[in-house]
Ligand binder design. Sequence first.
Ligand code: COA
Length: 180
Amino acid sequence: MSPLGVPVNQELRLRPAVEADAQLLRAWRNDPETQAASRNTDVVGPEEHGAWLERVLADPDRRLLIVEFDDEPVGQIRFDRTRGYSYEVSLSLDPAWRGRGLGTRALRGGCDWLWMHTHAVGIKAEVRKRNEASKAVFLSAGFRPAGGGEAGFLRLALQRPEPWAPENPGRTTEEITFTE
Ligand SMILES: CC(C)(COP(=O)(O)OP(=O)(O)OC[C@H]1O[C@@H](n2cnc3c(N)ncnc32)[C@H](O)[C@@H]1OP(=O)(O)O)[C@@H](O)C(=O)NCCC(=O)NCCS
């Protein structure tokens, strides 16, 4: 937003996270709703979080992206490689930006980003059964129940769109811009 509250750039963007995002990421992680949605529900202190972020940024099997809307950071999407070319996704938005449809748009864009930047063939999500907003977002982005999952969680999965090749990365949405 501009100082007058006028939207300056309504574009949705994704970019890789950097160390300077630490404070923001920790605030999002410790937001009570996000905490309640996570498998690890502890509050994370600055040192523990700093060490975690350093490890994530140095690990080629983990891709942490910042979602920006209207030139403001509004959330994060993380993909962790679990085995082979399978990844697990986690998504959270700043509380001020929830409930406006950004979650679905950001998740669709994030999956496209992963198809384009890695050899991923599938993405899974473990969503708490009582997290209605999260279930709705994943289903809207094409994820489907995959069976299994921990107690209280629903496992959802998405396959890379076919046919796929470097020249046809399977992009499903053009409404989100990728920047470095
Ligand atoms: C989950 C989250 C990313 C969803 O993003 P969002 O932008 O708020 O969601 P949207 O506005 O795109 O809404 C998605 C859908 O959920 C529905 N929804 C939103 N809040 C809801 C609620 N409390 N109960 C039921 N449905 C809800 C919306 O109506 C919408 O439905 P539609 O697709 O049929 O229109 C966001 O709420 C969030 O960051 N939550 C905390 C962290 C979290 O739970 N992460 C997921 C862990 S797996």
